[in-house]
Unconditional design. Structure first.
Ligand code: ADP
Ligand code: MG
Length: 287
């Protein structure tokens, strides 16, 4: 049976841009009871269109805020960075270069722009910088990026992302097969809850750091769940390694791909589900 199975999975590999790095893990996919999804770029499109640019500092206009944010984000591969770059180009802005760029997983980025230290990131950065903003400034189903210059909060930019059409079907199919689906995201609580509610997920956790993603997988395993994790980012790598079946997707980072058992070239959640069901059907009989 092995050569046949090997040839089948090799041929779907060729068709679907699929790389099985750990065959044993793939063969165990029949046991999966829970799939944990990363949100951004997995269940959602990662489209990140800018919806608002809000200056909170009298010395900085909205254009300057956008310029600093786009500059410090320019080396980043995150959807947020791509959204900023698109908008800056549209507005024909001159974006200065950044030096000493650093990315902190789950928090954001920082670097020197025009000789000034600039930070950009979400709620976790806000906490780290000991800043708060008014509750209604924080509310709304949006991903927010706060920007700091020389340690001072100068404003924030909001992004809208869309749930992929195929995510709805994918989650429904999993439920039909008695597989639970949950969400682990570094994004804020409001966005996470919105996606979880709309897709009817069994569970979600927001504002999680990479080690917390890992801990959550361990927790599920301790509850006798056989866990698949799907992710694309640097912040997903520890969790992908811990999961019983780690699946890296799409345009994701190399770090994610190198830790995963399975790599899928495109990021369609439906393909992930089909792959798992294929694994289930194929290896069911082989125990
Ligand atoms: P997830 O894929 O789990 O949703 P992300 O990789 O998007 O997590 O990162 C989680 C959070 O960290 C983001 O929602 C954002 O607040 C912050 N973050 C990550 N990368 C950046 C970046 N390049 N610029 C600003 N914030 C970032
Ligand atoms: Mg991600």
């Amino acid at each position: 049976a092995i050569p046949l199975v090997a040839s089948i999975s090799t041929s779907i590999s060729a068709q679907n841009g699929l790389l099985i790095r750990n065959r044993t893990a793939f063969e165990s996919s029949r046991k999966i009871s829970t799939i944990v999804f990363d949100k951004t770029g997995t269940l959602t499109k990662g489209s990140h269109e800018i919806t608002r640019i809000v200056s909170l500092h009298s010395d900085y206009t909205e254009t300057e805020l956008l310029t600093y944010a786009a500059a410090v984000e320019s080396p980043s591969e995150h959807h947020i960075a791509k959204g900023l770059a698109r908008k800056a180009k549209e507005d024909k802005l001159d974006i200065p270069s950044v030096t000493d760029f650093k990315y902190t997983a789950g928090v954001g980025v920082n670097g020197k722009v025009n000789g000034k230290e600039v930070h950009a990131g979400g709620n976790m950065l806000l906490e780290k910088m000991n800043e708060t903003v008014d509750k209604d400034e924080k509310e709304g189903v949006e991903t927010k990026v706060f920007t700091f210059v020389e340690g001072e909060l100068i404003g924030f930019i909001t992004f809208a992302d869309e749930i992929r059409e195929s995510s709805f079907d994918a989650i429904k199919t999993l439920h039909d097969h008695n597989i639970k689906a949950s969400l682990l995201t570094g994004d804020n609580e409001i966005v996470a809850k919105d996606v979880a509610d709309k897709l009817g997920l069994d569970d979600y956790m927001a504002e999680v750091l990479p080690d917390q993603k890992l801990e959550k997988i361990k927790e599920l395993q301790a509850q006798d769940e056989f866990v698949a994790m799907v992710g694309d980012g640097v912040n997903d790598a520890p969790a992908l390694a811990q999961a019983d079946v780690g699946i890296a997707i799409g345009s994701g980072t190399d770090v994610a791909a190198e830790t995963a058992d399975i790599v899928l070239m495109d990021s369609d959640p439906k393909d992930i589900v089909n792959l798992i069901l294929f694994g289930k059907a194929t290896y069911q009989k082989m125990v």
